[in-house]
Write a protein of this length. Structure first.
Length: 115
């Protein structure tokens, strides 16, 4: 998911832009999660970031209630892939293909080899 729509319930100012009650705004997660003020080397995939305040699951009152299940499913999937193909190796991060869309992007190709 890379963007979420919002309707303003209160007026606010964001980076000098005045937003009135009822205005529509879009939060670009793809940008927020790569904020260089928040993440060191934001373009690099680092699974072990010590501080990782990403907004992929939203925040505060609108935080995703499915986080534990989503994490469990992802862990089970990755563990099964690694169990079946222990020597899997993603060859070239640059060769991955991403299909962009307004709200969701999808990996369409992840070149890999395994023994
Ligand atoms: C990788 C997987 C997932 C991602 C990235 C994700 C992301 C999000 C995000 C960003 C929100 C907040 C939307 C907003 O601010 O308006 C949200 C809300 C929500 N998610 Fe997820 N989600 C995932 C998986 C799941 C799963 C597995 C479930 C349930 C089985 C789930 C159920 C919900 C529900 C019910 C809400 C609304 C919570 C509320 O409004 O209080 N999500 N999710």
């Amino acid at each position: 998911m890379i963007a979420e729509g919002r309707m303003m319930v209160n007026k606010a100012e964001v980076d000098g832009v005045a937003l009135a009650r009822g205005d529509r705004a879009m939060r670009l997660l793809a940008a927020v999660n790569r904020d260089p003020a928040e993440f060191g080397a934001p373009e690099e995939f680092r699974i072990d970031r010590a501080r990782n305040q990403h907004l992929t699951f939203g925040a505060k009152i609108q935080r995703c209630v499915g986080v534990p299940l989503a994490r469990l499913e992802m862990r089970a999937t990755l563990e099964e892939v690694l169990r079946r193909t222990p020597k899997i190796r993603v060859e070239y991060l640059e060769a991955m293909r991403l299909k962009f869309a307004t709200t969701h992007s999808t990996l369409t190709s992840v070149p890999a080899t395994w023994a």
